[in-house]
Design a protein around this ligand. Sequence first.
Ligand code: SAM
Ligand code: SF4
Length: 327
Amino acid sequence: MAVPLVDSFGRVHRDLRISITDRCNFRCTYCMPEEGMVWMPREEILTFEEITRVARVAVEHFGVDSIRLTGGEPTVRHRLPVLVEQLAALGADLAMTTNGATFRSLAHDLRAAGLRRVNISLDSLRADRFLELTRRDELDSVLDGLDAAIEAGFDPVKVNVVCMEGINDDEILDFAELGRDRGVEVRFIEFMPLDGGHTWERASVVSGERIIETIGAVHDLVPQARGSEPAETYAYADGRGRVGVIPSVTAPFCPSCDRIRLTADGKLRSCLFSIDETDLRALLRSGGSDDDLAAAMATCVAGKWAGHAIGSVTFVQPPRSMSQIGG
Ligand code: SAM
Ligand code: SF4
């Protein structure tokens, strides 16, 4: 029988985020440096069987009921629908976060393989700015990927926007309209100090509060109850969907965080900002049993800290960038 995966503060962990590759076809400024990323050698990356085994242990031993695939860019992983099918068979709610650029060609197969939800990351609706931000001229393919996700029946489809001062904060209302027009929930994420270039400044963060004030000045918004989700969500009073903010910097959700993260090279992290990691790949490749894996997971989570303390003098940016952790 499953036992809860609890930390010393009593938080129960049910949400496993799996980075399946550190590689990416984009180079977003807030995530990766333009040059000089050293990819993990292929033999260090977990195989589909290893990923599925860790996920199965998490589901069977700890009742993990939500799994999200991320990266790097998960769609660059060859034969992705095969992995999705293996994970879907575990019965947890299966989701993916993607930059969407090649989603059109994969949407049908991923849906058929059992992927249920998808978040597409998109930070500008202006082609020139999109190119500057992602260092790729792919706005049209991402918008097409978004349409493909809706057509393929993913439910829900969400759009993730990293909102940054002086960069794209003048597009808040444009994104609100995109969400209302296409029937997708747009989620504005506060810019976090996980950029590959270590250039993050507090002044670049656009607060969730300001985003909601900006949209609320134009549309009536009704706050929704917040569960274990990090997003603060609002419904449009006229019934045309919802919009959310993830205020990870100005109002962290650490006290109710239920997430654990597996990196592409098999390290378990109890927090996005962890410095310490637990090496599950070593156990997987040295004959460790399922009980050994479960014990390592439990120890990792038991040692989780209360919160990340961005902005305090004790905060240290982790050595891995967002693209190597997965978001
Ligand atoms: N490549 C996929 C994508 O872009 O959706 C998945 C990986 S990406 C690291 C996961 C999420 O992290 C994306 O929604 C991205 O916008 C977000 N992200 C990346 N760097 C960030 C940062 N410094 N602060 C906040 N969010 C960030
Ligand atoms: Fe790649 Fe996603 Fe990072 Fe952009 S945010 S560089 S698409 S991993």
